[in-house]
Design a protein around this ligand. Structure first.
Ligand SMILES: [Mn+2]
Length: 502
């Protein structure tokens, strides 16, 4: 409900006459009355709201979409709703900024869900033609209240009615709000709570808000069949984007500033196939691969180097893939590149083998890391006298981490780092369950200026990342269609660049 304030230029204010306003409001065809069909996601979202309702009997829950964020003056960043809002409403990329989902406790138990938003303005309003942020002339028609109700199977109301609904019986009715989604709305809820009970502890209220956000984050940890389908679509689109990159590698080398060319190729597919990229693409050629989150992508793509691409398409429902391939720019791995690549691949296989119900999330990292540490030990890179067991000692070891500092896995879904708010006991130490989707992404990084690395390794960074579904008896690698072994990667590049079909 609280988009950033825009800086409007006073020199653009144009006075309008009553005559003009009547004229511009008239002479348009009827909007039509065909009901919007119910979305497939509506039933899933209803089930999610019902599960949430059970958890918080008698409490009013406020889940905002968030507002527009100003990029400069009167232009905004593209809008993306808060994930909890999208999960509970089924609205994805097409969400309206400033919408708010309220679960209001019903007198007979349970909750009534109401979606507050700014519906389509009538044509005789100033907004219709004069509001560059929300007006139909400027950004197109928004849905009407009836449109959203029939599409989502949820009651909808004008956003202006929301403050009174939030304040109703605010004394006896505890209210929780997802604060991170919309700071302005969180402040409004704070004021309502303070008015209803000035003696109540604000830190306790904020802790209750936090607990709601954590619960919402954790609710998404096991994906249903519909969500798994969305993930498959995101991964298939990502696969296409990677093939576009492979096809474009020779041109990326030729053009200079090739990392940006690669980023652009992927972005084209991400926008065409989905809502966009699920996170800023990492297009890291040569030594840039050793910067874990290299998103500047300003460098050249050079023949003979590897290019590490970590990218994912976010589909319109906001589920995103997160895949990394490290590709030889000219189609063939050199001997040192292959040696490092094979160690990382072996670690990834070990990590994936640990993906099964009953194992803990952290077992994946432990399995992959054991391989990474073993190879570094075997190559003589750990300090003299440090054994494999010593470096793997969680308290006093860790020498191998110089070449692999990050975790091997994270949950993946509507957020690229999904379920991020969970506590350690439910995330790192949590048991793997069927329906979870996570990444397995070990790596080895040898910086160009790393004097402890063999000269032939310097400037080589390799990461391999796949998206894995926990099944009843193990895992399914959802991105297995994208080649991973060095031979398969070489054959993949040759096939795509020759224009042959798979
Ligand atoms: Mn990742």
């Amino acid at each position: 409900m609280t988009s950033d304030e825009q800086v409007k230029a006073s020199h653009r204010n144009t006075p309008t006459s009553e005559e003009f306003r009547a004229f511009i409001a008239s002479g348009w065809a009827d909007r039509g009355t065909t009901p919007v069909p119910r979305a497939e996601v509506a039933d899933h979202a209803a089930r999610r709201r019902a599960a949430l309702s059970q958890q918080y009997p008698g409490e009013r829950l406020v889940v905002p979409a968030g507002g527009l964020k100003v990029r400069s003056n009167d232009t905004d960043y593209p809008f993306r709703p808060h994930t909890a809002f999208a999960y509970l409403t089924g609205l994805g990329a097409d969400s309206e900024p400033d919408s708010v989902l309220v679960l209001d406790p019903a007198p007979d138990g349970g909750h009534e869900a109401v979606l507050f938003f700014r519906p389509l303005a009538p044509r005789d309003s100033e907004e219709f033609f004069a509001d560059s942020r929300f007006g139909e002339f400027w950004v197109g028609p928004r849905p009407s209240i009836e449109d959203l109700e029939s599409r989502l199977g949820i009651s909808a109301r004008h956003i202006d009615a929301m403050p009174d609904v939030l304040a109703k019986n605010a004394g006896p009715t505890p209210i929780r709000v997802v604060r991170a989604a919309d700071g302005g709305l969180a402040e409004l809820v704070d004021r309502i709570r303070a008015q209803a009970d000035p003696a109540a502890s604000v830190p306790d209220q904020h802790e209750a808000d936090e607990a709601l956000a954590r619960h919402l984050s954790g609710m998404r940890i096991v994906k249903d069949e519909w969500e798994i389908g969305e993930m498959r679509r995101a991964i298939a689109a990502t696969h296409q984007g990677f093939e576009a990159i492979i096809a474009g590698l020779p041109e990326a080398v030729r053009k200079g500033r090739g990392e940006r060319w690669v980023e652009g190729l992927f972005g084209l597919y991400a926008r065409h196939e989905g809502n966009g990229v699920g996170y800023e693409s990492i297009c890291a050629s040569g030594d840039h691969a050793n910067t874990i989150h290299w998103t500047k992508n300003t460098g050249p793509v050079r023949a003979g180097d590897l290019i590490l691409v970590d990218a994912g398409v976010e589909v319109d429902s906001l589920y995103t893939a997160d895949i990394t391939r490290t590709l030889p720019v000219t189609g063939r791995f050199s001997a040192p590149q292959r040696k490092i690549y094979e160690a990382v691949l072996e670690a990834q296989q070990a990590g994936m083998a640990a993906v099964k119900p009953g194992n803990r999330f952290s077992d994946i990292h432990a399995a992959a890391n054991r391989v990474i540490a073993a190879r570094l030990h075997e190559w003589g890179l750990l300090p003299d006298g440090v054994t494999l067991d010593q470096t793997l000692d969680p308290e006093n070891g860790g020498w191998h981490r110089r070449w692999m500092v990050h975790g091997t896995s994270h949950h993946l879904g509507m957020d690229v780092h999904d379920c991020q708010m969970l506590l350690r006991q439910d995330y790192m130490d949590g048991e793997l369950r069927p329906g979870m989707i996570l990444t397995v992404e070990p790596a080895l990084y040898f910086k160009a200026d790393d004097l402890l690395a063999p000269a032939e390794f310097r400037g080589i960074g390799v990461r391999i990342e796949d998206n894995v579904l926990v099944t009843e008896d193990g895992y399914e690698n959802l991105s297995s269609a994208m080649p991973r072994t060095p031979d398969d990667v070489e054959a993949w590049i040759a096939r795509v660049q020759s224009g042959r079909a798979a």
